[in-house]
Design a protein around this ligand. Structure first.
Ligand code: OSB
Ligand code: MG
Length: 372
């Protein structure tokens, strides 16, 4: 049983090593929401809110999440007897619509706290079985096919087991063609369009079928399932859904409608870890592979992704790259690293398995509030 005494919410600014461009926007510096949850015994755990600065991925932003957490979500959990972290998401869903990234930040922190309290690793608490996970990289849109090819070749040489290439109209078929030629026929490549196309582009998108991609992620609207089903009927390349899968019910709808064949699970997008595990289990029983997506997390959010990706049906490499892919210096110790063969160790120690660099977080903090 957990009873929270307080939640401290902060915003830090962390510059990316290089700007990250997707079809709907570009980010150079992450504004990251961090939570520190404290229970009545004084135990603490950190979690991260993955909402971005602008609502170009989902309707949420760090500012909407700030309001949701301070006004509605933290008051809902503080002082309440929580028997299991699995009970938190239903509690947060009661008469509060949406705000899934804000809900996830609170919910994940409670899983983190519970793993510390029970003195086990977060991976074990979630039912993870993998001792290491396969690592992929997500490459933002590059200036030219040549520039992209160079990045893809070097990612493969670094050992990454999947290279995801962001695409948009004007930076698609030629770019993927060049990347495939440069990386060779067997390189594990995929594309992610972040909603940049419509069904009118079906013939154009089908040109990508020539390049043996592992999958194409979310080509159509962020909340669409029906049109993706039509597109999947017209394309050989498997469609993987990201933005559209916001709950277990949406995953069921995907299967019912045949809107896609693979699911990217991001705990922030689906309201936390209980919802992620439910989607994972459902997909496992229905022969749908899943992999863990990323939202350019700091080392804190990454700890939750790594633990989640240790579950059995996370059978494809995740967008869970090492700290050095994103930051000059991360906010956890040790930093997240990748072995030469493209794997990352799942921590076996208590809790998140990394230590949070509190001094550094204090230096990076631009606002802070405590709810109790
Ligand atoms: O669509 O997966 C996406 C980053 C921000 C918003 C959306 C996406 C992404 C990524 C980043 O692809 C993956 C990572 O964290 O390395
Ligand atoms: Mg995506």
């Amino acid at each position: 049983m957990i009873r929270l005494a307080s939640i401290t919410l902060r915003e830090i600014r962390l510059p990316l090593k290089e700007p990250f461009r997707i079809s709907s926007g570009i980010v150079s510096e992450r504004r990251i929401g961090l939570l520190e949850l404290r229970d009545e015994s004084g135990a603490t755990a950190w979690s991260e809110c993955v909402a971005g600065e602008a609502p170009n991925y989902s309707p949420e932003t760090i500012d909407t999440a700030w309001i949701a957490i301070t006004e509605w979500l933290a008051p809902r959990v503080i002082g309440r007897s929580i028997v299991s972290p699995g009970d938190v998401f239903p509690l947060l869903e009661q008469d509060i619509r949406g705000h899934l990234m804000a809900k996830a930040a609170v919910e994940m922190g409670i899983w983190g706290l519970e793993s510390t309290r029970l003195e086990m690793s977060l991976s074990k608490l979630l039912g993870g079985t993998r001792r290491e996970i396969d690592v992929g990289i997500s490459l933002g849109i590059q200036k030219s096919p040549e520039a992209l090819s160079a990045r893809v070749v070097s990612a493969i040489a670094d050992g990454y087991r999947k290279v995801k290439i962001k695409i948009m109209p004007g930076s698609d078929v030629q770019f993927i063609h060049a990347a495939r030629d440069a990386a060779g026929p067997k390189a594990p490549l995929m594309a992610d369009a972040n909603n940049a196309y419509s069904l009118d582009d079906a013939d154009h998108l089908s040109l990508l079928d020539d390049f043996n991609l592992m999958m194409i992620e979310q080509p159509l609207a962020w909340d669409d399932l029906v049109r993706h089903a039509e597109l999947q009927r017209r394309m050989r390349t498997p469609i993987c859904l990201d933005e559209s899968i916001t709950s277990l019910d949406r995953a069921r709808d995907m299967v019912t409608l045949s809107s896609g064949r693979i699911v990217n699970i991001k705990p922030g997008r689906v309201g936390g870890l209980a919802s992620s595990i439910a989607i994972h289990d459902y997909c496992e029983s229905n022969g749908i592979p899943v992999w863990c997506g990323g939202m350019l997390e700091s080392g804190i959010g990454r700890a939750y992704n790594v633990a989640l990706a240790s579950l059995s049906n996370f059978s494809k490499p995740g967008d869970v790259s090492p700290s050095s892919r994103y930051w000059e210096r991360d906010i956890v110790m040790p930093e997240w690293t990748m072995a030469e063969r493209g794997t990352m160790k799942v921590p076996e120690g208590v809790g998140l398995g990394v230590e949070v660099d509190r001094n550094r977080i204090e230096d990076l903090t631009v606002r802070e509030t405590s709810i109790s």
